[in-house]
Design a protein around this ligand. Structure first.
Ligand code: HEC
Length: 156
């Protein structure tokens, strides 16, 4: 009997076909599998230290603040050194006592400067407020505001 022979040939042919680079695999052939990923062993080195998440703000930097003071155009209206510019100077401004309305005063701090940068129109009721400073809300990020405050606070 020759029953077994064609079967053997068919198997051989199928395995040859699977190995051949040319030719479309038969429809019922399983698609070639990706090599299984190497399992992590207990000895695998620990993953590198996690990158700082975006919420972690850098330390406020006077040098960076000085650059931002120029790139955001603050220096067009405010000088850093006491010389007069369109809208005064930031020299010795931080920590000074300013008048904010009928008999009220305020000591300039980080919160006040942040408020002016984000919303100068409602920052306070300073006498002579001309509402000419643009709002930087949505333009200057939180970290850059911190840099600017550090810089302004350093001008003394
Ligand atoms: C187009 C001119 C202009 C630019 C640019 C500008 N400012 Fe001003 N700034 C003003 C004016 C004018 C005032 C006074 C408030 C008013 O009248 O709007 C002011 C007020 C301030 C005050 C409060 C001063 C006070 O006496 O209470 C701070 C702080 C300040 N600006 C910081 C900045 C910083 C930081 C930038 C850059 C991110 C900046 N300004 C950009 C015009 C400007």
């Amino acid at each position: 009997m020759m029953v077994g022979r064609p079967v053997l040939l068919a198997v051989t042919c199928a395995s040859l076909c699977a190995c051949a680079s040319s030719g479309t695999p038969a429809a019922n052939e399983p698609a070639p599998r990706e090599p299984a990923p190497q399992p992590r062993t207990a000895e695998a080195p620990a993953p590198a230290a996690p990158l700082p998440s975006p919420e972690v703000k850098p330390e406020p930097s006077v040098a960076t603040g000085a650059k931002r003071f120029e790139t955001f155009g603050c220096n067009a209206c405010h000088s850093p050194d006491g010389t007069m510019r369109a809208f005064g100077t930031m020299y010795r401004f931080f920590g000074s006592t300013i008048e904010v309305g009928a008999g009220e005063t305020l000591v300039v701090d980080a919160a006040y400067i942040r408020r002016v940068i984000l919303d100068p129109a409602t920052a306070n009721g300073r006498p002579g407020w001309r509402l000419q400073m643009p709002s930087y809300h949505g333009t200057i990020g939180d970290a850059d505001i911190d840099h600017l405050i550090a810089y302004i606070a350093s001008l003394r």
